[in-house]
Design a binder for this molecule. Structure first.
Ligand SMILES: [Zn+2]
Length: 112
């Protein structure tokens, strides 16, 4: 493996993230090699090093299984059902309205 690009702390280029930053994005390195490293100089000690991974090569923390996908689809479908008219609005019911837009604004005509 060749020398890694080294960046100064806070000067990391776009598209790179530390393992912790990936995690906050719901991602994991996913087997990729470290793409670069960050160094933060410290007084009288070795610099603090953080390893950077490429975000475009990162993978979701939990791969979607068919069961999970189905559960998610079901949950999404439930959120599309208007509690007022009980029909599938075709979009998630806005929490602020608590019902589909047609019910919330019955007088307004939907202009395409
Ligand atoms: Zn409705």
């Amino acid at each position: 493996m060749g020398a890694l690009p080294v960046f100064r702390w806070r000067l990391a280029p776009d598209g790179y993230a530390t393992r912790r930053q990936l995690r906050s994005l719901g991602l994991r390195p996913g087997g990729q090699d470290v793409a670069a490293q960050l160094e933060r100089p410290r007084r009288r000690r070795a610099p603090l090093v953080a390893y950077l991974y490429r975000i475009d090569l990162a993978q979701p923390v939990r791969p979607m299984t068919p069961a999970k996908r189905a559960a998610l689809a079901k949950a999404n479908a439930a959120r599309r059902i208007c509690p007022n008219c009980r029909t599938d609005a075709g979009y998630c019911i806005p929490r602020s309205l608590g019902m589909c837009v047609t019910c919330a604004y019955p007088d307004e005509r939907h202009v395409a």
